[in-house]
Design a protein around this ligand. Structure first.
Ligand code: ZN
Length: 185
């Protein structure tokens, strides 16, 4: 039986650097919505093919079934019957994702968005700044600096590659604090 959700839509944003536990937190919230028997749908952009094509997977191997979409329009279509919508790696979507999340939330849906707030240069990443402004609830998570053990908000890329999107894990990236982070030249 479909639950009444009183048309209470909202946008929740979970942001932070790499290894800060964004996907883990997203999965935690979505699991609870599933336990409450709400219709949950999860999306991730095609560009992110780490670990698993059809699941969102956290670094500690929690996973949930997801739709891999190459456009924001696909989210709008597929999310129509959902009560709760999870979007992972939102920084990789284009700016249309902002209107999509606003429209879905104004239809009474709970939209939970996770993504990197900054890229490896420490600059705002894709649509994330706008999504953070539009959010009703905003959490900025931190990792632990691998150099000194302090809270870390930066993502240090260890390779020399200069393009904004380079998919990798601990082989290419490290969480660093403000003090230990070195801006790429
Ligand atoms: Zn440090």
């Amino acid at each position: 039986m479909k639950k009444e959700i009183n048309n209470f839509g909202c946008i929740e944003v979970i942001c932070g650097n790499m290894f800060s536990g964004k996907t883990e937190e997203l999965i935690r919230r979505l699991r609870r919505a599933k336990i409450a028997k709400l219709n949950v749908k999860i999306f991730k952009p095609k560009v992110d093919t780490r670990y698993d094509e059809d699941n969102i997977v956290s670094h500690n191997q929690l996973k949930l079934k997801s739709f891999v979409v190459d456009s924001t329009a696909a989210i709008y279509e597929l999310a129509n019957d959902a009560d709760v919508i999870g979007i992972d790696e939102a920084q990789f979507f284009d700016d249309d994702i902002i209107d999509v999340t606003k429209n879905l939330s104004s239809k009474g849906k709970r939209v939970i968005v996770a993504g990197l707030d900054t890229d490896f240069k420490g600059k705002p990443f894709g649509p994330m700044p706008q999504l953070m402004c539009e959010s009703d609830f905003l959490d900025k998570l931190q990792a632990i600096c691998v150099k000194c053990g302090n809270p870390a908000s930066y993502t240090q890329r260890l390779s020399k590659d200069d393009s904004q999107v380079v998919i990798g894990e601990t082989d290419i990236y490290e969480a660093r604090c403000r003090h230990c982070y070195m801006e790429p030249t």
